[in-house]
Design a protein around this ligand. Structure first.
Ligand code: PLP
Length: 411
């Protein structure tokens, strides 16, 4: 019989979302008339920007004619898109990233999950806690973490706890690690990383020969002018950082699928023999072996984000969600809760009231306000005692959810 990859058996089951679904089912069975509002999911709700829709239609028409039909595209992505990314996402911020350092993909989930393949099987990993689960699970699958203990902690992982006490700023690892995943603006805490702090990380990586895997999927939500949108805004980052970006949350591409990863030519790893190797070539090799890039039609849709109309429409979309974030933040604060995030990020992270675990608070919110959020404990041990709400709902649902929380939780 075929032997399986037993590391998969070390994964924690998808306990979080199946448990949420179970509790909602039970509640609905007991209260069939209750209208539940879900502010737990990280998916967007507003349609694609009109400029994107127009470009998608045009690209579909091109596929209908032999003269303009496209088959397999270039593996790193079409240059019409990588050139726009280099100019608008980086050049406009004074950052030097060339089109051939940009590799287009179908999502930051795939890229942040797959990137670990270009590192050694015994490379060591540091992760923030709480964390976007993909970074953890992809390393569990690859056998880098060992088995989880009864508290769900993997002995082989260096955890960097992010709590209110340290302002959700991860401490530098207290032991040598090869790769560290950083995500800012953060899912789930909504925290951001300012330049001096990011510089501290870049300096640490340069001194310790580590690589930073920087997930900037939420950079479009940054409002404060002094917060970097890219890690490459920090001097020296080109030598030590890989950056993930996505159109999912900026332009509503969660179901359309387009993203990209920047691997500067300067960022290197080493062989067991100590020889330096550029990671750009390794990632390109990995992608061209296992992925055939994103459909032409979709890349044309993504390119439309960079037109004047596209930029204005994306800004309006982000502004819409950020107004939801403001409504949630101020509404929760009015109830006396301690609220974090939601100012430069679409996530609102709150401290559960004294004596209530994150699951207790989930039940309370469901039972008393008929609102669903996500218990912080689902994102890692340090998420216990916290709770996540998202700004991606419709305006009406967001307003109603907060009105209910204000009246029913303050009682
Ligand atoms: N990175 C983070 C931190 C996320 O929260 C998400 C989605 O929720 C992703 C990446 C995935 O993005 P994509 O839709 O591009 O796969």
């Amino acid at each position: 019989m075929a032997k399986i990859n037993e590391h998969y058996l070390k994964l924690k089951s998808s306990y979080l979302f199946s448990e949420i679904a179970r509790r909602i089912r039970e509640f609905t069975a007991a209260h069939p008339d209750a209208r539940i509002i879900r502010l737990g999911i990280g998916d967007v709700t507003q349609p694609l920007p009109p400029a994107v829709i127009k470009a998608l239609h045009e690209a579909v028409d091109e596929m209908a004619r032999a003269e303009t039909f496209r088959g397999y595209g270039p593996e790193p992505g079409y240059e019409f898109l990588t050139a726009l990314i280099a100019k608008h996402d980086y050049g406009s911020r004074g950052v030097n990233v060339s089109p051939d350092e940009i590799i287009v993909s179908d999502g930051s989930k795939s890229d942040s999950g797959n990137i670990q393949e270009i590192f050694a099987a015994d490379a060591t990993v540091a992760l923030t806690d709480p964390v976007y689960p993909v970074y953890m699970d992809s390393n569990v699958m690859a056998g880098r973490t060992g088995a989880a203990d009864e508290r769900g902690r993997y002995a082989g992982v260096t955890y960097l706890p992010c709590t209110a006490e340290n302002h959700f700023e991860p401490p530098l690892p207290d032991r040598p690690v090869d790769m560290v995943y950083l995500c800012f603006p953060n899912n789930p805490t909504g925290a951001v990383m300012r330049k001096p702090v990011l510089k501290k990380w870049v300096d640490w990586a340069r001194q310790n020969g580590a690589v930073i895997l920087y997930d900037a999927a939420y950079e479009a939500y940054i409002r404060d002018r002094d917060i970097p949108h890219s890690i490459y805004e920090v001097e020296g980052a080109r030598e030590v950082a890989i950056e993930f970006r996505s159109y999912s949350k900026s332009a509503g591409f969660t179901g359309t699928r387009c993203a990209f990863t920047v691997v500067p030519k300067d960022v290197t790893g080493r062989t067991a023999g100590g020889e330096r190797v550029a990671l750009n070539g390794l990632w390109l090799r990995r992608q061209s072996t296992k992925f055939n890039s994103v459909p032409y039609i979709i890349q044309k849709g993504a390119a439309a984000v960079y037109t004047d109309e596209g930029q204005a429409q994306v800004r309006a979309l982000v502004d819409f969600y950020m107004e939801n974030a403001r409504i949630i933040r101020s509404g929760l604060q009015a109830t006396g809760l301690s609220v974090y995030g939601g100012e430069n990020a679409p996530y609102i992270w709150l401290k559960t009231p004294p004596g209530l675990s994150s699951w207790d608070f989930f039940d309370k919110l469901l039972n008393e306000a008929h609102v669903v959020g996500t218990p912080g404990a689902g994102f890692g041990p340090a998420g216990e005692g916290y709770f996540r709400l998202t700004a991606f709902g419709s305006r009406a649902q967001t307003e109603e959810a907060i009105a209910r929380i204000k009246t029913r939780l303050s009682r």
